[in-house]
Write a protein that binds this ligand. Structure first.
Ligand SMILES: [Zn+2]
Length: 109
């Protein structure tokens, strides 16, 4: 009856959204989504905004440390899941593993 499903499919394939960390466009296939709590834990483990975001802040007159502080408080207020591009996901994943201390312990034994 309607051509809607096909249109949606077409839209999804070519659609991109912006990475929540570096603002680069991600196709839906490459996206990594982190729940708010999960993302906060990674930030607590030391995850910081990417260089690109800090440079952008600097251009707007915000010093690096202030930008990081602002970003951290934004992370604590944010209530929706975080969408990351493959590059940011790779960085973030490093902080994610710290959450699971058993992994490293096992490796040492
Ligand atoms: Zn990114």
């Amino acid at each position: 009856m309607f051509a809607k499903p096909a249109l949606i499919q077409l839209g999804e394939e070519g659609q991109t959204i912006d990475c929540d960390l570096c603002n680069s466009p991600i196709t839906l296939r490459d996206i990594s989504v982190y729940e708010v709590e999960e993302f906060r834990a990674m930030v607590a483990n030391g995850l910081e905004p990417p260089e690109v975001a800090l440079k952008h802040a600097l251009l707007m007159g915000i010093p690096q440390q202030a930008a990081i502080d602002q970003w951290r408080s934004m992370v604590h207020q944010e209530n929706s899941a975080w969408s990351l591009c493959p590059a940011c996901d790779e960085v973030a994943r490093g902080y994610h593993q710290v959450l699971d201390p058993n992994r490293d312990t096992h490796r040492m034994i």
